[in-house]
Design a protein around this ligand. Structure first.
Ligand code: AKG
Length: 353
């Protein structure tokens, strides 16, 4: 099967209307034009300052704040996260540099989805019942732990791509552990509990996806990424300063993520929702595109290993009178369930898993 046509090529071909396979159904695109024009909403995604974790006085309040954000929103924006501004700028420059290479160069790193090989440069195939495509190309790679990465297939251009990505992955791994500790303490659990349930310090994997959303002549008809929840435990998002990410909140609808300098957006994913027995919610989110600016985002998915451990609600969190809301499953089984149950979530309806 030939790879799907690269969205970058379609976008640069000078079309003033987008091909029909990118045009979303009417129900999917309800209020999409409003969302594009509206900018920020009356309620905002919680912003939390990680510096408070090490301050004695503010610590308890901080734990409650983070926990509440994960309970009520399933997403938060973190500042003072420990990654230097310089490292993030380098990450952004190398990712942008890679996508500025000619398509033929990027094709050298193409994945082969027909053989189940999703690592590499690619364009998503239809992932929904209506066969619609997303206005996006991507580069997807396992980046941590270092001994499981295959540097031979990482880009050699830009020249510092590999060094920068490795350094970023090391730093992000430290941040992920810190977030797991905070989220464990916030539920009254032992500090190491959540990370241990997800496979432990040595087993968790970090997958980096660089999402490249070209300018779109009809942004009110398309999605950069359709509504979905992440299968990961936590996902960390950095972007190039172009708005587009929206998260769904029950009482507020779709909320646009604001631009907060030097911040990282953190999503709760399905794996954490399962082990927390639904206390932390896996956030439904989507990505919009626009006419004027290319949007790039770096999403790091922190995933448990495929076959072990079994993900199940942590017994201490299933309190008396409560039921376990999720059946035990391995990560691999969860992926399979989700594939079969992908529904056309549009007006904020969360796919059932
Ligand atoms: C994903 O990669 O799963 C995303 O949702 C990307 C979010 C974004 O581009 O901000």
């Amino acid at each position: 099967i030939p790879p799907a046509p690269r969205v970058e090529i379609i976008a640069n071909s000078g079309l003033s209307t987008i091909p029909p396979e990118f045009v979303r159904t009417e129900s999917e695109r309800e209020h999409l034009a409003d969302a594009l024009n509206k900018g920020c909403c009356r309620v905002g995604i919680p912003i939390v300052d990680l510096a408070s974790f090490s301050s004695k006085e503010g610590r308890q309040r901080f734990l409650e704040e983070v926990s509440a954000a994960a309970v009520e929103w399933g997403v938060m924006i973190i500042v003072n996260h420990g990654l230097s501004e310089e490292l993030i700028e380098q990450l952004q420059a190398t990712g942008k540099g890679f996508f500025e290479l000619p398509v033929e160069e990027k094709e050298k790193y193409a994945n082969d989805q027909s053989r189940g090989q999703i690592q590499g440069y690619g364009t998503k195939l239809a992932n929904n019942e209506n066969g619609k495509l997303e206005w996006q190309d991507y580069f997807f790679r396992l980046v941590y732990p270092p001994e499981k990465t295959d540097l031979a297939i990482w880009p050699t251009e830009p020249a510092d791509y590999i060094a920068t990505t490795r350094c970023f992955a090391e730093e992000l791994r430290i941040l992920a552990s810190k977030m797991f500790s905070i989220l464990s303490l916030g539920l009254g659990l032992d500090e190491n509990k959540i990370e241990a349930e997800l496979g432990g310090r040595d087993e968790l994997l970090l997958q980096l996806e660089i999402n490249y959303y070209p300018c779109c002549p009809q942004p009110e008809l398309a999605f950069g990424v359709e509504p979905h929840t992440d299968v990961s435990s936590l996902s960390f998002i950095i972007h190039n300063g172009v708005p587009g990410l929206q998260v769904y909140k029950d009482d507020a609808g779709w909320v646009t993520a604001p631009l907060v300098p030097n911040s990282i957006i953190v999503h709760v994913g399905d794996s954490l929702e399962i082990i927390s027995n639904g206390k932390y919610r896996s956030v439904l989110h989507r990505g919009l595109v626009n006419k004027e600016n290319v949007r790039i985002s770096w999403a790091v998915f922190c995933e448990p290993p495929r076959e072990k451990p079994v993900l199940r609600p942590i017994p201490e969190l299933v309190r008396e009178g409560e039921v376990a809301r999720f059946e035990p499953r391995t990560f691999s089984e969860h992926l399979e369930r989700k594939l079969f149950k992908t529904s056309v979530a549009s007006g904020g309806e969360k796919p059932v898993v």
